[in-house]
Write a protein that binds this ligand. Structure first.
Ligand code: BG6
Length: 459
């Protein structure tokens, strides 16, 4: 059996703009909903993040030193278009143009993500974010402009980070929804508008530049039934259909799942679906690959789910832990086999190349100012997950494009700020003290460097 990793396999790092850039009110940037978070969320100062707006070069050098050949970053919509639907800000566009050139100069392939939870504030306040078709259209215009500006240099694109979260209760926090009754109709309409946007942008990229590729992206938690009870099995199958299949059906076949649309009909949900017009948009927006984030697995216990709850929503209530498996300090179950199963299942079912673009473990870490951080647990985590991916490739036959770790240079976590670090490089700041923001390689930095040097062939 050939066990050589594919040539041109991508290894790299993955981030979002609000978790890296800082410079929240500089360079002509408009406000996003995230920029006002500091005023209400006192756990940390979000306005600096790891200060990449002022200095990203040292981080690119570290990625290069780790032998990475891809970096997934996000273009902040409000940096390049301050109001979201008005004039473009050339200074913001120039920032990303420079970043792309500086990546390419180091032999690092850029991957662009267009949206990662940070709605321009004006669009949230005026229109309720993605609940509005006007906002969907404004987002599509922004996406098309970025394609015109950058696709000659950027060949890998994704539209929404963790697109299936726009079909869960988190929808209301991440889509710019400011007011409303959080009804199922609102939730489904927001989801539908984001799906249309994904498809319109994908179709445009395919027309504009046939050498560029665009992927769907979902947050994948491997879910097992909490018991052998048929009800648990049914609940797992249903959430799989609503939260994963339904999106991958659009990415692959250009239509929603029949089971989901039956639920819409039976429950008289008004998802603002314009038949004819929207059918054509969905059909034209197929993806070139399926990407996903993976951190953990969990159990689903049907008895915890309130009666009548929609399957796209009930993960919030029904999830529980398998206490027999190891877990991170945040009780995220560590399960590399789940990772392999997802890769193989997605490839078997949809036949598109698969790309895990977020993986990692959050740990409490504090640098003493002198000694290297010994993050053996992180090394173990990545080693096990890369091995599981190799099993999916070599034993199960999956076609995998690459492997990107999440936040491999420390960034604030979305749930636990600087207390929860994913990096192979320590960034010297705390929630409230910016300190010197110095970059300090941890033990895993040297590990990544060694294994990426051999294209992951030795682990
Ligand atoms: C993903 C998000 O869900 O998980 C990131 O895309 C986030 O924004 C990452 O940081 C890890 O989650 P957390 O909560 O540990 O930061």
């Amino acid at each position: 059996m050939n066990k050589e990793m594919p040539k041109n396999f991508f290894w790299g790092n993955s981030t979002s703009s609000m978790q890296t850039e800082g410079g929240w009110n500089e360079g002509g940037k408009g406000l996003s909903v995230y920029d006002i978070r500091s005023a209400t969320d006192h756990t940390m100062d979000w306005h600096v993040a790891i200060d990449n707006f002022h200095d990203y070069e040292k981080d690119l050098d570290l990625m290069k030193e780790m032998n990475m050949n891809m970096y997934r970053f996000q273009i902040s919509w409000s940096r390049v278009c301050p109001t979201g639907d008005g004039a473009f800000n050339e200074e913001g566009i120039e920032f990303y143009s420079r970043l792309i050139d500086d990546l390419l100069a180091r032999g690092i392939e850029p991957m662009i993500c267009l949206y990662h939870f940070d709605m321009p504030l004006a669009l949230a306040e005026k229109y309720n974010g993605f609940l509005s078709r006007h906002v969907k259209d404004a987002f599509v215009s922004f996406g098309k402009e970025m394609i015109r500006r950058f696709s000659s240099r950027v060949k890998y694109w994704i539209v929404f980070n963790e697109h299936n979260l726009y079909f869960t209760d988190e929808t209301f926090q991440i889509s710019g929804y400011e007011k409303g009754d959080r009804s199922l109709s609102d939730l489904y309409a927001i989801f539908h508008h984001t799906m249309l946007a994904h498809c319109e942008i994908s179709a445009y990229l395919h027309k504009f530049d046939q050498t560029a590729k665009i992927g769907g992206m979902v947050a994948y938690t491997e879910i097992y039934p909490a018991s052998t009870a048929p009800a648990d099995n049914l609940a797992v199958r249903k959430q799989e259909e609503f939260l994963y299949q339904n999106l991958c059906d659009v990415y692959t076949y250009g239509r929603y799942s029949n089971e989901v649309m039956t639920f819409v009909k039976n429950n008289k949900i008004d998802m603002d679906y314009l038949s004819g017009e929207d059918d054509a948009i969905l059909a034209a927006g197929k993806a070139d690959f399926i990407s996903f984030s993976y951190y953990r697995s969990a159990l689903l216990d049907a008895s915890l789910i309130p009666a009548g709850e929609a399957p796209n929503r009930y993960l919030n209530e029904g999830l529980c832990l398998d206490e027999t498996l190891p877990a991170s300090p945040w009780k995220w179950t560590i399960d590399a086999t789940g990772f392999r199963n997802i890769i193989t299942r997605l490839y078997n079912q949809f036949g598109l190349p698969i790309f895990p673009i977020e993986n990692g473990i959050g740990l409490y870490e504090e640098w003493d100012g002198q000694n290297e951080i010994q993050d053996d647990q992180r090394i173990q985590y990545h080693r096990a997950h890369i091995q599981a991916m190799k099993d999916a490739i070599f034993i199960d036959g999956a076609d995998v494009i690459g492997y990107l770790g999440w936040g491999l240079i420390d960034i604030p976590s979305s749930h636990a700020d600087m207390n929860k670090r994913y990096g192979a490089v320590y960034v010297n700041r705390t929630n409230h003290e910016l300190l010197d923001l110095k970059r300090v390689p941890k033990k895993s930095f040297h590990w990544f460097k060694r294994i990426l040097e051999t294209n992951g062939n030795t682990l």
